[in-house]
Write a protein that binds this ligand. Structure first.
Ligand code: DX5
Ligand code: ZN
Length: 220
């Protein structure tokens, strides 16, 4: 599959040095990373608990980079407003969460934020395609959500291609498709070939000797 869309990178702060978050964000900016990915875990949808909107507010103060919020929470309904107020530019909710999905997606857009819907590995493309008109982006998880540093699931690539084909054939050429989990230069190339254009990377970017070089390598 040939994709002509611009490739966008998003740095997952989960793998950054959180004692030095403002500098870590600056490092991403200087390396040419496009977005900051903010993984919100509530200890229910996934086991871990990370951070919430009050922390995003501090990240917002540290940078003008667009903030890409990934809500791994059981019920995102109330959180949408908090994260929009805290300065999110993109908010992703999960198709498997306990909320009124179309209403939440509409609510995100009404707040002037880009709306995105995410699929866990066992969730079929249809769960997002049903709401494609309400989505600026669809996130195909390439690991089980919950932890950084896991291995890329290559068997998610047909799902990426299915979504890209459907979007192209049904009048949604602008749709962004994000992949998240285990992204490094090698797996990024596979995801781009399958039709993804937004790459989340945590471990590979923050552990790189040269973040700029790695970021360029992700873009291919
Ligand atoms: C996993 C998170 C990811 C993760 C990516 O639940 O959604 O954003 O932090 O980290 P790496 O790139 O290390 O797989
Ligand atoms: Zn994420």
């Amino acid at each position: 599959m040939t994709i002509t869309k611009k490739i966008i990178t998003s740095a997952s702060l989960l793998s950054s040095d959180l004692t030095d978050i403002a500098n870590e964000v600056r490092r991403c900016e200087n390396a040419g990373v496009d977005l900051i990915h903010f993984d919100v875990m509530d200890g229910r949808f996934v086991d871990q608990i990370t951070y919430g909107a009050p922390v995003l507010k501090w990240v917002r103060k540290a940078t003008t980079m667009p903030l890409d919020v990934h809500l791994m929470v059981q019920d995102p309904t109330k959180q949408i407003d908090y994260f929009a107020q805290a300065g999110a530019d993109i908010i992703t909710i999960h198709a498997e969460s306990d909320c009124d999905i179309p209403r939440c997606l509409d609510n995100i857009r009404e707040l002037g934020v880009k709306a995105s819907l995410s699929l866990k590995p066992n969730t079929p493309a249809k769960a997002a395609l049903d709401y494609i008109d309400k989505c600026d982006m669809i996130l195909v998880m390439t690991v089980e959500p919950g932890y950084g540093g896991q291995s890329f699931m290559e068997d998610m690539m047909p799902k990426v291609t299915e979504i890209r084909r459907y979007a192209d054939e049904n009048g949604f050429p602008e749709l962004d498709i994000q992949v998240d989990g285990g992204i490094n230069p090698e797996t990024a190339a596979k995801a781009i070939a399958a039709g993804a254009n937004v790459l989340v990377a945590g471990t590979s970017l923050f552990k790189a000797k040269d973040m700029r070089e790695l970021n360029n390598a992700l873009k291919g």
